[in-house]
Write a protein that binds this ligand. Structure first.
Ligand SMILES: Cc1ncc(COP(=O)(O)O)c(C=O)c1O
Length: 268
């Protein structure tokens, strides 16, 4: 066995985002300046533009920007009418936020084993774990690899449960010619270290279900459906989570990086 000499002095940064930002810094700074000038810091036109671009990128009808990937998943479950005590199947191997989203929405996470082939939910084990209290299955597309959505969609249809996807690590991923988005709603994280990172915490969900998108839009604004008309309990404020107002300049910045993803062209 040959040994490779390693220079113990060589500094290897754990995570260095500067290389990515260098490419787009001028555009981001100009955008931030324009945003400051406009004063539309929360849910303004910049967020709307991002939502449109990201929905398009995901081939989805709707995108709703929220404060984090955790919020995207939690609000998707609440908007899909999760009731307290409903069972939600999640992969046993995932980031803790998948479990958190379920418990914070009032559900009971049921961990199910993953496949060695892709580290994602095993459709057969998922089918075995479903009982009459199960309402949702949350596949997580870990490490940029999509779960077997054909298999999981088949299981979900047979057992009449809804699929809500955790695509926090899978922007732009493909399997069998499809990206994330088979299920009722799909949650993305724009945490700075993610493939599409914002400058702070940010997230979004995409869906083809107009009612679900509308509900999440209301939830992120104190249950407001039109100006000062608050039709829903702001149940999302439980716990110590910050108000999931749509991210401000953070999403504006990530929008620029979204345009740089393959297939979108745009600045860069
Ligand atoms: C699989 C998975 N789900 C959910 C999240 C939560 O995303 P956020 O940190 O934006 O809340 C993450 C973030 O690391 C994640 O990796």
């Amino acid at each position: 066995m040959t040994e490779t000499a390693i220079d113990a002095q060589l500094p290897v940064p754990f995570l260095d985002l500067r290389g990515i930002h260098d490419e787009v810094a001028d555009g981001i700074l100009a955008d931030i300046a324009a945003l400051i000038q406009s004063g539309a810091f929360t849910n303004g036109p910049a967020v709307g533009e991002f939502e449109e671009a990201f929905a398009d990128y995901c081939d989805a009808s709707y995108c709703v920007g929220v404060a984090s990937g955790l919020d995207a998943l939690r609000l998707a479950l609440i908007a899909a009418d999760l009731q307290s005590g409903d069972r939600v199947i999640v992969p046993a191997h995932t980031f803790i936020a998948t479990f958190e989203a379920v418990t914070q929405a009032g559900g009971v996470p049921v961990p199910v084993d993953v496949l060695e082939a892709d580290y994602n939910l095993d459709p057969a084990a998922t089918a075995d774990a479903i009982d009459d209290r199960t309402r949702f299955v949350v596949p997580v597309h870990l490490y940029g690899q999509l779960a077997d959505m054909r298999g999981l969609a088949d299981v979900a249809a047979r057992h009449d449960v809804a699929l809500i996807e955790d695509a926090a690590q899978a922007h732009g991923a493909r399997r069998d010619g499809h990206g994330p988005g088979t299920g009722l709603a799909t949650a993305f994280s724009f945490y700075p270290g993610k493939n599409l990172g914002a400058m702070g915490d940010a997230g979004a969900l995409v869906t083809d279900d107009g009612k679900l998108a509308q509900t999440v839009r209301a939830l992120r604004e104190h249950g407001q459906t039109s100006k000062y008309r608050h039709e829903r309990q702001p149940d999302l404020h439980r716990g110590s989570l910050p108000r999931p107002a749509a991210p401000r300049r953070t999403v504006r910045a990530s929008r620029l990086r979204a345009w740089q993803l393959p297939g979108r062209g745009g600045p860069g």
